[in-house]
Structure formats: C-alpha cells, structure tokens
Design a protein around this ligand. Structure first.
Ligand code: H2B
Length: 98
C-alpha cells in the first residue's frame, strides 16, 4: 500500500502541505536542497536521515557538497511517488527545522 503510486489528487494534496520541495517536470519525483551552517551540521542531518531511511526501508537519492545536501525522492519500486516519499520528506523537513 505504502509503495503504491499516488493518485494525482492525493499527490497535489500532499504537495500543498509540504514546505520547500519541488515536483519534477515529469511528476515522478520531488526534490529539495538543504543548506546548513557548515559541513558538520549537514552531515549530522544526513546521519539522522540515514537512520530514519533504514527504519522506513526507504532511501533518498542525494548528494552532499560541503554544507549543501541535494535530495531527490521517489519510489524506485513503483516508478514514481508514494506515501513513503512524503513520509521521508516530512521527516527531513522536521530534522532541518522547516
Ligand atoms: N528506496 C526507495 N527510494 N525506493 C524504493 O523503491 C526502495 C527503497 N525500495 N529502499 C526498497 C529499499 C527495496 O529495494 C527493499 C528490498 O525493500
């Protein structure tokens, strides 16, 4: 269920309450750039996220350059966006503090 592709109406509803994330042009993923004060804070955020991702068994596509973490979320198994992507995105926003 959680790994089932979201219907368009549900997707729109999820996006409307999700701060900071952008839907890709093809509608298959969401992305956000997180900028921190320094590398240490960026890496602490990645560590917290990694633990949450393991628990959810849902993992981000991401990269880190110094104090910036670029994240793309989608559900590979479903070929698009599912509840799990929004769950992880909201968790990341909470860790970021916005
Ligand atoms: N993460 C993401 N982002 N998408 C998936 O489809 C996915 C995952 N599948 N993490 C999980 C792992 C799957 O491969 C394991 C076997 O449950």
């Amino acid at each position: 269920m959680a790994r089932q592709k979201l219907a368009e109406a549900v997707l729109a509803e999820e996006l409307s309450t999700l701060e900071g994330w952008t839907l890709a042009g093809d509608g298959l993923s969401i992305s956000r750039s997180f900028v921190f004060k320094n590398f240490s804070e960026a890496f602490a955020f990645m560590t917290r996220t990694a633990l949450a991702a393991e628990k959810l068994d849902h993992h981000p596509d991401w990269s880190n350059v110094y104090k910036t973490v670029d994240v793309k979320l989608n559900t590979h198994d479903a070929g698009g966006l599912t509840e799990l992507d929004f769950k992880l995105a909201r968790r990341m926003n909470a860790y970021y503090g916005a």
